[in-house]
Design a protein around this ligand. Sequence first.
Ligand code: HXC
Length: 286
Amino acid sequence: MPLDKSLYVSNVWKEGIFDNKVVFCTGGAGSICSAQVRAMVYLGANACIIGRNVDKTEAAAKDIATARQGAKVLGLGAVDVRKPEALAAAAKRCAQELGSIDFVIAGAAGNFLASIDNLSSNALKSVMDIDVLGSYNTVKATLPYLIESAKKYKTDGITPPPNGTGGRIIFVSATLHYAGTPLQSHVSIAKAGVDAMAVSVAIEQGPKGITSNVIAPGPIGGTEGMDRLSRKESRDKSAKMIPSQRMGSVKEIADATIYLFSDAGNYVNGETIVVDGGQWHTGGID
Ligand code: HXC
């Protein structure tokens, strides 16, 4: 039974805008990334999702494919983003089986709660390796395909680009490091690196037609991250402190994704879209 689309995509978008396009997503079985990919698939894309857990990744791929009749969604499990050769093989397989890689979502992340005095060097390294090195490995593995895709939309600089897009990357980051967040130094350090990488990719690879942007979700309800990192009893209270007075939904992250990957986002490059109901301006996370 396909998931009700009102749970993962707004009805403002036009069906078919991503027809014949392919999105490659690390961490694609997770709650936020699976919604991003599901929305893309609903709007016409085929997809390849990458994960460490084989069963979870394959089940998520099957489920996401129900978003549109005829959708192809590959679920490649046992791929650790810390291993460049595994990612390179996954990107190759995606391009071979689905025909291209037009969009990339670097979403794989690791997290747990620990104060810096309880954080081992290896624990910090694990998160840095998944978030920073993993995002770098994802860029390295997919960039040749993205550049190929972007070529179709490059113009002489005067003519507006044709309808459709390709050669776009979104890094899924966080807002934890903006104001500082207790028990999250490891992720804050890592996500700051991810943000910096997104800008570097934008300015370096922009001339080849690549766009590289960040989505920074705030507290998003019903996600693994929220379940792992916050106490249920404090969530309602914390939500009231957010200017929007509620937690966000995965659909709101998917909508930002569609904006950046669609024609509407053609001229947005090296930016961060914060989707947090205004929370970080109030001083961070409880
Ligand atoms: C302190 C911990 C710890 C904890 C692990 N470590 N959990 N230290 N407190 N709770 C330490 C271990 O002791 C070890 O250090 C080191 O981290 C590596 O642990 P491993 O289990 O060997 O690593 P690995 O299997 O690679 O696991 C990676 C992981 C893990 C990041 C540590 O938590 C993980 O895989 N999580 C699943 C993915 C996940 O977290 N998804 C949610 C993302 S949500 P020592 O010194 O003992 O060797 C998200 C949202 C952010 O990112 C925004 C929120 C608002």
